[in-house]
Design a protein around this ligand. Sequence first.
Ligand code: ARG
Length: 275
Amino acid sequence: MSYTERLPRTRTYLMCPPAHFTVEYAINPWMDTAVPVDAALAVKQWELLRTTLTDLGHAVHVLDPRPGLPDMVYAANGAFSVDGTVYGARFRYPQRTDEADAHRAFYQGGDWRFAAPEHVNEGEGDFAYLPAAYGGLVLAGYGFRTDPAAHAEAQEVLGRPVVSLRLIDPAFYHLDTALAALDDRNVTYYPDAFSPAARRVLAQLFPDAVLADRADAEAFGLNLVSDGRHVILNTEATAMAAKVRAAGYVPVPVELTELKRGGGSVKCAVAELRP
Ligand code: ARG
């Protein structure tokens, strides 16, 4: 079998170091407040993720971590940007509310059109963008965090079609735990994380998708960042790495054991900036 060569596209990302990372409350099934986090290891693993991205030629902006916001390391949740327009986040749980201000300040200090949200939404946790699919398509998850009304709001703000997908398994509470963009037009996802109707929608839109199974999703193998060629995913997701390799991509494993304790992995820690 032969594949077209997978070409990388240089990206700009936003990350926030886990300087104040702890698991002191539980707002998803992965968080266990009884298991201590190795804070030094978390920082070391995060650094390696950051240098993995910069070594691949991508730009990484760093957001200042704020004390009292232990989940701020999951920078993907702070906003969602498409072609220079930013749809701000509004967090579901009060423990994370103030993170949205830090992200808003970052964009308002730069060359972005920032739209403050009315509805609850957790940024790239529940929104994904495929620039070359159907002329530019937004995929949006709901069921646990983001309010479906935010999907319509995002469409008004961004002027791109937004396809709503219902998540049904609390273990996969954000879209980015169950689906990822592999490049500008194709995705990988775990079908059983979605409602039967959402599964049909995904099968219709993405006939060539790379399908993942429950073990891949539980290893946070879908919580990946791809530049169109290199697929950065956590080391535990060995079967997922084999699947993306078989599809012609180059898996780049990074160890992120500590971030998994908060219910996240590679993608959660990396917001893509689309100027
Ligand atoms: N502890 C965080 C929460 O439950 C984890 C967020 C993970 N981020 C993500 N993009 N899935 O909100």
